[in-house]
Design a protein around this ligand. Structure first.
Ligand code: APR
Length: 261
C-alpha cells in the first residue's frame, strides 16, 4: 500500500471515529505481537509450533503429558506479565481517555488493554485471562503470579496446595464454553455500537468471530486493521493491511488533530 493511499485510509478511519458515539474495539492476538507475544496463525505463530488438538479441555484434564505441555506453553509463550502494552494498546487507551470508547472486546488473555489504561470493566475477555488459576476439585483460586513463580522454579504441573487437586488457568480452552455473561454482553455491545474496529485477528474462531458479524448485521460501520485478509474485509468501510501499532497511532493522532485536542 503506498503512502498516499494509507494516509487517505487513516483519515477516513479518523473521520468515522469522530462521527461515532459508540465505538467498540475488537482485538485478537495480532495486536500483541508488537509486545513480543506470538500470535497463533501467522507464519511462526503458536499453532505452527504446537498442535491445537493437544490443547483441548478434555486433553488437559485427562492427560498429564498434555497438562505438562499446556503449562509449558504458558511459561514459554503466553506468560505475558513480561509483555508491556505496545503503541496499538496505548492508542486504544487514548481513545478511552478522550471519551470515545464504549468498550474493548478481546480474544486475548494477556491483560495488555488494562495495563495500557482501559478500565477492567470496559474490557470483555471472551477467552478468559491469566489473572487466576483455579483448583478443579476444591475451587480454591491462586493468583497467576504465584503459579508463574512455581513454574519458573521448575514445577512442571502445578497442583492445588490445599487438596492436591488439578489446577487450571482461568482461560477458555478449546471445547470449553465461553463465559456466558461476557459473551452475551459482548454480543449486545457489538449490535448497539455505531462503529466497530477489528484489530489483529483472522476472525476464524467462533463464537468470538460472530461479534463483527453481529455488528455488520445491525448496520454498524466496520474498520479492519490487520496484516492479513479476513472473511469480513468485504463488509468493511475501511481495511488497512498494515501493522497495528503505527496504524492505530496515526489514526488516533489524526482524531486528536481534527478534534483540536
Ligand atoms: N499488526 C496487525 N495485524 C497483525 C500483527 C500486527 N503487528 N501481527 C499479526 N497480525 C495479524 C495476523 O496477520 C493475523 O491475521 O493478526 C492476526 C492474528 O490472527 P490469529 O493468530 O488467528 O489470532 P486470533 O484471531 O486472535 O485467534 C483467535 O484462536 O487459537 C485461538 O484462543 C486462540 O484467541 C485465539 C483465537
Amino acid at each position: 500500500m503506498n503512502g498516499s493511499d494509507l494516509k487517505m485510509l487513516v483519515a477516513e478511519a479518523a473521520d468515522l471515529i469522530l462521527s461515532s458515539n459508540k465505538l467498540v474495539v475488537f482485538t485478537g492476538a495480532g495486536i500483541s505481537t508488537e509486545s513480543g507475544i506470538p500470535d497463533f496463525r501467522s507464519p511462526g505463530g503458536i499453532w505452527e509450533r504446537f498442535d491445537p488438538d493437544d490443547f483441548t479441555y478434555s486433553k488437559f484434564i485427562s492427560s498429564k503429558d498434555s497438562r505438562r505441555m499446556q503449562w509449558n506453553l504458558f511459561r514459554e509463550g503466553l506468560l505475558s506479565d513480561k509483555a508491556v502494552p505496545n503503541a496499538a494498546h496505548i492508542a486504544i487507551a487514548d481513545l478511552y481517555k478522550m471519551g470515545r470508547l464504549d468498550c474493548v472486546i478481546t480474544q486475548n488473555i494477556d491483560n495488555l488493554h488494562q495495563k495500557a489504561g482501559v478500565p477492567d470493566d470496559m474490557v470483555y475477555e471472551l477467552h478468559g485471562n491469566m489473572k487466576w488459576a483455579r483448583c478443579l476439585e476444591c475451587g480454591r483460586r491462586y493468583p497467576f503470579e504465584e503459579i508463574k513463580g512455581r513454574l519458573e522454579q521448575g514445577e512442571e504441573i502445578p497442583d492445588c496446595i490445599a487438596c492436591r487437586g488439578m489446577l487450571k488457568p482461568d482461560i477458555v480452552m478449546f471445547e470449553e464454553q465461553l463465559p456466558v455473561d461476557v459473551l452475551e454482553e459482548a454480543g449486545y455491545r457489538s449490535m448497539a455500537a455505531d462503529l466497530f474496529i477489528v484489530i489483529g485477528s483472522t476472525l476464524t474462531v467462533y463464537p468470538a468471530a460472530y461479534m463483527p458479524i453481529y455488528a455488520v448485521r445491525s448496520g454498524v460501520k466496520l474498520i479492519i486493521v490487520n496484516l492479513s485478509n479476513t472473511p469480513m474485509d468485504r463488509h468493511a468501510a475501511v481495511v488497512i493491511n498494515e501493522k497495528a501499532g503505527d496504524t492505530m497511532t496515526s489514526i488516533v493522532q489524526t482524531v486528536q488533530e481534527k478534534s483540536g485536542l
